[in-house]
Design a binder for this molecule. Structure first.
Ligand SMILES: [Cu+2]
Length: 457
C-alpha cells in the first residue's frame, strides 16, 4: 500500500464516518477478525441467486472478515450501534420531521431519528442485527427490510407478518444478515413511503469485492408533490414538483469527492412513483450490482446512464480519470428543476388570458422574490421578449453559491449553483492537493458540529 493510498484511507474514514461517529463502530469491527459461522442463521439456509458456486457462494469453513470501507451517504447521518453480546443493536424512531429540501423550501416530511431519509445502517455479511423500532408517528406503521432474506415474522408487513406498530409502541426486529449488498428499510404503507419513510441498509461483504474501491457513496432518490404555499407533501398526487437526492434538491446536494485516479462506487436507490435515468458526465461506468447484491463481472458493460426503477438499487463503479466537477443527475427534464411556485406567495398563478409579456414578467418577478441574494448569470438577447417561447430556463438559473456553501463546494467556479437544480449532484474529481485541502476543511467543519452527531442540519 503506497503512502498516498494509506493516507487516503485515513482521510476516507474521517470523511465517511467522522461526522457521525461511525468511525469508532466500524473500526471496532475491523479488529474483531470474527470467525463466524454464516450458516447459523434462522433457517440454516444460505441462499444465493448463483447457487453455491457463484459470487455469493462461500466455503463452509469459517472466514476471516475483512474491514469494509464505509459507504458515505451525503447529507444523511449514519446510524451508530451498540453491541449486546454478538448482536449489533440499532435504534430507529419513526417520527415527523421538518426537512429543508431547498434554501427556500422546508417541508413536513416523515422520517427516522430526525432525518429524512432515515440514517444509514451499515452492517457486515454474517452480522446478527437487532433493530429496536419505536413509532412516534400519529398512525400505525411497520418496518420492512427490503431485499433481505429473513424469517417471515421479521418481514414488516402489517397484518401479514406482524401486527401494525401502534403510535407510541415499540417493536423489536432481529435477524442474521447472510447476504451482502445494497438494501433498504422502509415503512410498508404506500402513502407513508411517499412521506419519506426510507433509509439505506448496506451489508458489506465478508471479503471486499475486487477491484477495490476508494470511495463508496449512496444516493436515495425521492420525489415530492408540495403545492405552493404548503409544507405537507400531497401523497395522493401524481405530479411531482420537488426531486431530491438524499433529501435535498440541487444546489443543496453535497458534491461527492473523488481522488483523481481513484475508483468510485455509487449505490443509487429509488423509492417513489417514477423511474429515474441517472446519468454521469465525462466517465463510463459499469453496473456491478443491484438490489439483489453483487453482479458477476461477466455481466458488466460500459454505460453512463443507469435506469433506477422504483424499489430498485443500482450499484455502479468507475475510475475517476478526469479532473473536474462532473454532473450526476436524473435526465428526465422535469426532474432537473426546482419548483418556483412557492415564490408566488398569496398571488394568483396567471394561466388563461396572459400574454407572453405577462408570463415573462411573472417568471421574472418570481425569480426576484427569492428570499436571499442570488444572481441570474446568463445573459438574454435584446429581443428576447419578442421571441415566442421565451423564457424557458432564463429565470430559473439562480446563482446562490453563498447560501449553499460547504467544504465540498470549495473552489467551484463562480455561480456554479445556477447550473444545479432538482435531482442533481456532482462528482468532483480532484488532484491530491485540492482533495486534501477540502478534507482539511471538512475536518474543521466536523470539529465545529460535534455534539450534534445524529441529526442532519
Ligand atoms: Cu427522475
Amino acid at each position: 500500500m503506497s503512502g498516498t493510498r494509506r493516507k487516503f484511507f485515513q482521510d476516507a474514514a474521517v470523511i465517511g464516518a467522522g461526522l457521525f461517529g461511525l468511525r469508532g463502530t466500524l473500526r471496532a469491527d475491523a479488529t474483531e477478525s470474527v470467525f463466524q459461522t454464516p450458516r447459523e442463521n434462522e433457517n440454516g439456509r444460505h441462499h444465493s441467486p448463483y447457487g453455491s458456486h457463484g459470487p455469493h457462494g462461500r466455503p463452509a469453513k469459517a472466514v476471516v472478515r475483512e474491514q469494509a470501507l464505509p459507504m458515505v451517504t451525503p447529507d444523511v447521518a449514519d446510524l451508530a450501534h451498540e453491541m449486546d453480546g454478538g448482536v449489533k443493536v440499532f435504534r430507529l424512531v419513526a417520527e415527523p420531521v421538518k426537512k429543508k429540501i431547498a434554501p427556500f423550501k422546508t417541508i413536513d416530511a416523515w422520517g427516522y431519528n430526525g432525518g429524512c431519509p432515515g440514517p444509514t445502517i451499515q452492517v457486515q455479511q454474517g452480522d446478527r442485527v437487532r433493530v429496536v423500532f419505536e413509532n412516534r408517528l400519529p398512525e400505525s406503521t411497520s418496518m420492512h427490510w427490503h431485499g433481505l432474506e429473513l424469517p417471515i415474522e421479521q418481514d414488516g408487513v402489517p397484518y401479514i407478518s406482524q401486527k401494525p406498530v401502534a403510535p407510541g409502541e415499540k417493536y423489536v426486529y432481529e435477524f442474521t444478515v447472510h447476504q451482502e449488498g445494497t438494501f433498504f428499510y422502509h415503512a410498508h404503507s404506500a402513502m407513508q413511503e411517499m412521506m419519506g419513510l426510507i433509509g439505506f441498509f448496506v451489508a458489506h461483504p465478508e471479503k471486499q469485492h475486487t477491484p477495490r474501491v476508494d470511495h463508496d457513496y449512496g444516493l436515495i432518490l425521492q420525489e415530492w408533490a408540495v403545492l405552493p404555499g404548503n409544507t405537507v407533501p400531497n401523497t395522493a398526487s401524481m405530479e411531482f414538483n420537488w426531486l431530491t437526492f438524499n433529501g435535498v434538491s440541487a444546489p443543496m446536494t453535497t458534491p461527492l469527492l473523488a481522488r483523481l485516479g481513484g475508483r468510485v462506487r455509487l449505490r443509487i436507490l429509488n423509492l417513489g412513483m417514477d423511474h429515474h435515468p441517472i446519468h454521469l458526465h465525462g466517465h463510463q461506468f459499469v453496473m456491478t450490482g443491484t438490489e439483489g447484491g453483487r453482479a458477476p463481472e461477466s455481466t458488466w458493460y460500459p454505460m453512463n446512464t443507469v435506469l433506477v426503477g422504483v424499489a430498485q438499487a443500482r450499484v455502479v463503479e468507475f475510475e475517476a480519470k478526469y479532473p473536474g466537477a462532473w454532473m450526476i443527475h436524473c435526465h428526465l427534464p422535469h426532474h432537473m428543476m426546482n419548483s418556483m411556485m412557492d415564490l408566488l406567495g398569496d398571488r394568483q398563478i396567471q394561466t388563461a388570458d396572459q400574454t407572453e409579456m405577462k408570463a415573462m414578467g411573472q417568471m421574472e418577478s418570481l425569480a426576484m422574490s427569492v428570499p436571499f441574494e442570488h444572481v441570474h448569470p446568463s445573459p438574454i438577447a435584446a429581443n428576447a421578449e419578442g421571441v415566442p417561447g421565451f423564457p424557458q430556463d432564463a429565470f430559473q438559473e439562480m446563482g446562490m453559491d453563498e447560501v449553499v456553501e460547504k467544504p465540498e463546494t470549495h473552489g467551484l467556479p463562480k455561480n456554479w449553483s445556477a447550473g444545479m437544480m432538482g435531482m442533481m449532484t456532482m462528482v468532483r474529481v480532484l488532484a491530491d492537493k485540492e482533495y486534501d485541502a477540502i478534507v482539511e476543511k471538512k475536518k474543521a467543519a466536523s470539529a465545529m458540529t460535534k455534539g450534534d452527531l445524529h441529526h442532519e442540519s
